[in-house]
Design a protein around this ligand. Structure first.
Ligand code: PMP
Length: 391
């Protein structure tokens, strides 16, 4: 196992293998049931095995999935996304988040004829070497030579990185809608930061690429920076857009279309039709159900409950994140020892969340399942206090 899917990085109580999912619940191969607060790391948006989405995908699969080219569903899905996302005038489909963010960089370079890309220190954009750590095994210094770094929410550091890269060689600034790096509390962007990176891209002619892979469809159906009034040139989406069926998409504004047309980009499975049917169903259900507000309320119920429990048990914690992507960290927990014990106890008590990566809420998290999760987290706080004492 590799990366985030490797349970060896988690407390020993966590299972490696799962049997099935239903709504917001998961079962491991030993038959243990969990209220799932990781949502398959984002894809589970409306509930595992959502009947209407399953039906839409199965109906297309019955006619064929991977064919010699796309079905008309591709056009319908592109038009739906372009209607829904104000900055977008065109769409390019692919499979994983890495495909979409990397295509964003490739399109930006194709359109500008420039090399350099700026990303925030600690941000995750996938496994391609333009965005992995400079010391990532299996990569060369040359793989990283065109990437420079800034600090999230620090416009001055973006300006310094632009200077280092050279304005005339800057192809793109790639940025996530919120700061959701592992091992730290979540942080929203400041208005000044969002507007600042937009202004720098306008001045330099570089593309502003919004990596909406993790937040997309959880914060705002139009794109996660729409509430800030800041529109990217390109945006990368995956995870939640087909409720778990594999698909990703790069959306772009008109001035970037020609650059996109010129690139060579394709994949054997990129035009698979069943995930496109699933995506159309997902987008329609989310639109009609006010799902984002449902997730926000459920996440808030969880966050408020956690704050109260921590207080009652005498722990100093920080509950961060927009309610749809909540997270909890302990004070005085440099090596995340408390987080490890607490999340392990949560798993033992039927709640699947994570010690150092943000969690995810789905539309299927109703009050009863949040309350069930809170029973488990309460037990976990009690176990931690019995073991370690409180603050
Ligand atoms: N960008 C962000 C912000 C992500 O959270 C992820 C996945 N965790 C990716 C890119 C890469 O997506 P994938 O794992 O589907 O390649």
């Amino acid at each position: 196992m590799h990366g985030h899917l490797d349970a060896a990085f988690l407390p020993p109580e966590y299972p490696q293998f799962f049997q099935r999912g239903d709504g917001c619940r998961l079962w491991d191969v030993d038959g243990n049931e969990y209220v799932d607060l990781m949502c398959s790391w984002g894809p589970n948006l409306l509930g595992y095995r959502h009947p209407e989405i399953e039906r839409a995908a199965a109906a297309q699969a019955a006619m064929g999935d991977v064919l010699n080219g796309p079905t008309p569903l591709m056009v319908e899905l592109a038009e739906t996304l372009v209607d829904q996302v104000p900055h977008a005038d065109w769409a390019m489909f692919c499979k994983n988040g890495t495909d979409a963010t990397t295509l964003g960089v490739v399109v930006a370079r194709s359109a500008t004829g420039r090399r350099k890309v700026l990303i925030a220190r600690g941000s995750y954009h996938g496994i391609a070497s333009w965005s992995t750590r400079p010391d990532a095994p299996g990569t060369t210094p040359e793989d990283h030579a065109n990437t420079d770094y800034f600090d999230y929410n620090d416009v001055g550091s973006v300006e310094s990185a632009v200077e280092l890269a050279g304005e005339n060689d800057l192809a793109a600034i790639v940025v996530t809608p919120i700061r959701h790096d592992i091992h730290r509390d979540l942080e929203p962007p400041t208005q000044m930061f969002a507007e600042g990176v937009r202004a720098i891209c306008d001045r330099t002619g570089a593309a502003l690429v919004l990596d909406d892979i993790r937040c997309g469809l959880r914060l705002d159906t139009r794109g996660s920076w729409e509430p800030y009034g800041v529109r990217p040139d390109l945006s990368a989406w995956s995870k939640a857009i087909a409720n778990g069926d594999p698909i990703a998409v790069l959306l772009g504004a008109e001035p970037w279309r020609e650059g996109a047309n010129r690139v060579f980009a394709t994949g054997s499975f990129w035009m698979a039709a069943a995930p496109m049917a699933a995506a159309l169903a997902t987008l329609e259900i989310l639109r009609e159900s006010d799902g984002i507000e449902t997730m926000r309320r459920a996440g808030e119920r969880l966050q408020n409950g956690l704050r109260e429990q921590a207080r009652a048990h005498g722990f100093e914690v920080t509950v961060s994140g927009p309610p749809q992507l909540p997270f909890l960290s302990f004070a005085h927990d440099a090596n995340e020892e408390r987080a490890t014990i607490w999340t392990g106890e949560c798993a033992k008590n039927g709640v699947y969340l994570h010690p150092y990566h943000n969690w995810f809420i789905s539309v299927a998290h109703d009050d009863a399942s949040i309350d069930r999760a809170l029973e488990g987290t309460d037990e976990a706080f009690r176990a931690l206090r019995n073991r370690d004492g409180a603050d």
